[in-house]
Design a binder for this molecule. Structure first.
Ligand code: B12
Length: 216
C-alpha cells in the first residue's frame, strides 16, 4: 500500500533534517506525482525539517556545516515543487520589496516568505540579504511598492528594522508604505514597539497579513 500524505510530508521533513538532498528531491517529485498541493508540501514537509534542524542547532547537536547541508536539501525539494505552486491572479499586482536586514545573512525564512507571497499573486522584489535600512527605503520608493517586508534572525540586527521606519519618518513618507517584519527573534510586541504595521511568525500567515495590509 502507498504511503499517506502525512507520511510523505514527514519523510520530506526527515530528509531535510538528515541532510539528504537527493532523497528530498525524490520525495518532492513523489508529492508532485501524487497531486499534492506544492505549497502545502513545502510548508508541512520541507520547512518543518528546517525548523527541526534549527532546534538541533540550538541544542548543540548540529553545527554550521550540518545546517548548510540541511538548507541544500530544503532547496533541492523547493526547486522541484516551485513550478507546481498554484499562483493566484490578482487584478492589480501589489508590489512588495523584501529583504534581510543589514548584518544578517540568514535568508532561508525570507526565501520561503517570498515564495509564498509570489504564489499569492504579489509582485515580490527581493533585495537579498545584508541590506542596509536606507536601501529598503530607496528601493521601495523606486519600485512604488505598497509593502516593505524585513526579515531578521538575530537579536543583534533587529534594531535595523526600526531604522527603516525612522528613515521613512524623516523623509515624511511613512504613510506611503506599510511595513511588515518577521524572523526568529521578532515578536508582535517588538513590531508594535517600533511602529511596524504587520508581523507574522510564519510564511503561511504572511499571505493573510499582506492581503490585510493592501486591503484585500
Ligand atoms: C540556518 C541557520 C544559519 C545558517 C543560515 C543559512 C541561510 N542561508 O540562511 C548559517 C549556518 C549560515 C548560519 C550562520 C550564522 N548564524 Co545562524 N542560525 C540558523 C538557524 C539554525 C535556523 C534559521 C532558519 O533558517 N530557520 C528556518 C526558517 C524556515 O525559519 P525562519 O528563518 O525563522 O523563518 C520563518 C519565520 O521566522 C518567518 N519569517 C522570517 N522572516 C520573515 C520576514 C517577514 C516580513 C515575515 C512576515 C515573516 C518572516 O517566516 C519563515 C518561514 O515560516 C538559527 C536558529 C533557529 N532556531 O532559528 C540560527 C541563528 C539565527 N544563528 C545565529 C548565529 C549567531 C549565526 C552566526 C553569527 C554564526 C554562528 N555562531 O552560528 C552566523 C551569522 C551569519 C550572519 N551574519 O548573518 C543565532 C542568532 C543569535 C542572535 N544573536 O539572535 C541563532 C538564533 C542560533 C543560536 N541560537 O545561537 N545560521
Amino acid at each position: 500500500m502507498g504511503k499517506t500524505k502525512d507520511e510523505l510530508y514527514s519523510e520530506m521533513s526527515d530528509a531535510v533534517v538528515n541532510m539528504e538532498e537527493e532523497l528530498s528531491a525524490q520525495l518532492s517529485n513523489e508529492a508532485v506525482e501524487s497531486g499534492y498541493d506544492a505549497f502545502e508540501a513545502i510548508d508541512l514537509g520541507l520547512a518543518k525539517g528546517m525548523e527541526q534542524a534549527g532546534r538541533l542547532f540550538d541544542d548543540g547537536e548540529y553545527f554550521v556545516p550540518e545546517l548548510l547541508m540541511c538548507a541544500d536539501a530544503l532547496n533541492a525539494g523547493v526547486e522541484i515543487l516551485k513550478p507546481y505552486i498554484k499562483t493566484e491572479r490578482q487584478e492589480k499586482k501589489h508590489k512588495i520589496v523584501i529583504g534581510v536586514i543589514a548584518g544578517d545573512t540568514h535568508d532561508i525564512g525570507k526565501n520561503l516568505v517570498k515564495l509564498m507571497l509570489s504564489s499569492a499573486g504579489f509582485d515580490v522584489i527581493d533585495l537579498g540579504r545584508d541590506v542596509p535600512p536606507s536601501v529598503f527605503v530607496e528601493r521601495a520608493v523606486q519600485e512604488n511598492a505598497k509593502i516593505i517586508m524585513i526579515s531578521s534572525l538575530m537579536t543583534t540586527t533587529m534594531d535595523g528594522m526600526a531604522d527603516v521606519i525612522n528613515i521613512l519618518n524623516e523623509k515624511g513618507i511613512r504613510n506611503e508604505f506599510k511595513v511588515a517584519i518577521g524572523g526568529g527573534p521578532v515578536s508582535r510586541r517588538f513590531a508594535d514597539q517600533i511602529g511596524a504595521d504587520g508581523y507574522s511568525s510564519n510564511a503561511n500567515q504572511a499571505i493573510k497579513m499582506a492581503n490585510e495590509l493592501v486591503g484585500r
